[in-house]
Design a protein around this ligand. Structure first.
Ligand code: G3D
Ligand code: MG
Length: 199
């Protein structure tokens, strides 16, 4: 008799300056769009990424939070209950790297204390114009103690799946099965309700 497949659900934030490539990255790995009607209204994009880790069906609900000032309060509200965070910067823009500390400050109170924090460099294909080097990454590690670092490119499709799957694995190791499977049940119910409303 085969065991029932376990399901896990986690809300994960994707933050960083405008134009660093958040939407391009999320779009590339997304298996299904979710609540997309809200996107224009509130300056926040939602994506769903699903994959398996050791027979567990893992769903990451990604919140790509816009940087517009008028959404400051909403941003805080959206960050609530997040279980993980991707801090993203453009490898060719030093300012986008230095702004990450501020991005982290703006959401950290709404993040679970166990939340894995991954640092993501985007636009790896433009490495020849890079403004950020390994010494910068090391000093950032000393300051913010992030859990992993990935260099990615949405253009050449590198590093993105690896980053999201590593996030999934770390989430499974840090959170309790009761917690993540309860969230998965709750989301199934909401998705069913949403389909019902649309049909
Ligand atoms: P954002 O969601 O963080 O604001 P976007 O960023 O995903 O909208 O991307 C901003 C710009 O960066 C876009 O260019 C996009 O095509 C480009 N971009 C995203 N990812 C990559 C990448 O991996 N490599 C390169 N070279 N460019 C990338 P435009 O010109 O359309 O505004
Ligand atoms: Mg975007």
């Amino acid at each position: 008799m085969s065991a029932a497949i376990k399901e896990a659900f986690f809300k994960v934030l994707v933050v960083g300056d405008g134009a660093v490539g958040k939407t391009s990255m999320c779009t590339q790995i997304t298996t299904q769009e979710f609540f997309s009607d809200y996107n224009l209204t509130v300056g926040c994009d939602f994506f769903i990424k699903r994959f398996y880790v050791n027979n567990i069906s893992v769903t990451l609900q990604l919140f790509d939070i816009g940087g517009q000032d008028q959404f400051e309060k909403l941003r805080k509200a959206f960050a609530g209950g997040a279980k993980g965070i991707f801090l993203t910067f453009d490898i060719t823009r030093r300012d986008s790297f230095y702004n990450l500390e501020q991005w982290y400050e703006s959401v950290k109170d709404n993040l679970d204390f166990r939340a894995p924090m991954f640092l993501i460099a985007t636009k790896k294909d433009l490495r020849k114009s890079a403004e950020i080097w390994s010494e910068d990454i090391t000093s950032f590690q000393e300051k913010l103690a992030f859990d992993a670092y990935f260099e990615t490119s949405a253009y050449i499709g590198e590093g993105i799946n690896e980053a999201f799957e590593a996030m999934g694995k770390m989430l499974l190791s840090r959170f309790d099965e009761n917690e993540y499977s309860k969230e998965a049940q709750k989301m199934k119910f909401l998705e069913g309700a949403q389909r019902g409303v649309r049909s």
